[in-house]
Design a protein around this ligand. Structure first.
Ligand SMILES: *Cc1c(COP(=O)(O)O)cnc(C)c1O
Length: 224
């Protein structure tokens, strides 16, 4: 077994049942993704459109690609043929555009709403108020026949203060519940809470995460 395969096996042993593992493979070559694939990994996360579009055709077709990075509007069309889930929908405008591009190639695409709860201004996402207002206005549910809104995604602050991280994840979970009981109460899709990365996934799982996105703890450090 390779180190990558050991890392995946160990993570899977520790994740509770019902919590899925997205292997975040950005900046890593397809050979390393294949090692993960050969260990049974099928969910992969990429954060740059060009990188996803380059890698996906090189790899087996039964991989589910999750797009997790900031998505520029002019890149939606390029990723649409490859992506299973767009986890990083951060505006109503982007949601509308995803609907339009999915319709254009006659498919349905799963998405998550990215929430901004971290202290860093550089991170993107809806604020809690913005997402609740959009929900109230019907903008997350109406006129989206080619989009399944499946839940929310978020990143916590980059900090050693684990109480702060837990507080942020808890806010994400509460917002998820508010949306689920509100405008998504009749949705069969709205079930996912994507939170937790290499350094904070245990806290995220304690806070109700259903999907962790782990990169460096599987593939090692990224070379930018
Ligand atoms: C890079 C990235 C991750 C994985 O980060 P690691 O710390 O390497 O596990 C998770 N989520 C998003 C949105 C990312 O961009």
């Amino acid at each position: 077994m390779t180190q990558i395969q050991k890392n995946i096996t160990e993570l899977k042993e520790q994740l509770p049942q019902g919590v899925r593992l997205v292997a975040v493979s950005k900046y890593h070559p397809v050979e390393e993704l294949m090692e993960a694939y050969d260990a049974g990994q099928r969910l992969f996360g990429e954060s740059r459109a060009q990188e996803l579009v380059a890698k996906a055709p090189e790899l087996p077709k039964d991989i589910c690609w999750h797009f997790i990075g900031h998505l520029q509007k002019n890149k939606v069309r390029a990723i649409m043929p490859y992506v299973a889930v767009i986890e990083s929908v951060d505006s109503v405008k982007l949601l509308r555009l995803i609907e339009k591009e999915a319709e254009r190639i006659d498919r349905t695409v799963d998405v998550l709403l990215q929430l901004h709860v971290a202290q860093e201004e550089t991170k993107s996402g809806f604020s809690v108020d913005e997402v609740l207002e959009a929900a109230e206005a019907g903008q997350l549910t109406e006129g989206l026949p080619h989009v399944n809104v499946c839940g929310v995604m978020a990143m916590a602050s980059l900090t050693d203060d684990m109480d702060q991280v837990a507080k942020e994840f808890d806010l994400v979970r509460r917002t998820y519940i508010t949306l689920k009981d509100g405008c998504f109460d009749e949705s069969e899709y709205f079930n996912e809470l994507s939170m937790g990365m290499s350094d904070d996934w245990r806290i995220a799982v304690d806070c109700g995460s259903t999907m962790v996105r782990i990169g460096s703890a599987i593939f090692g450090p990224r070379e930018y």
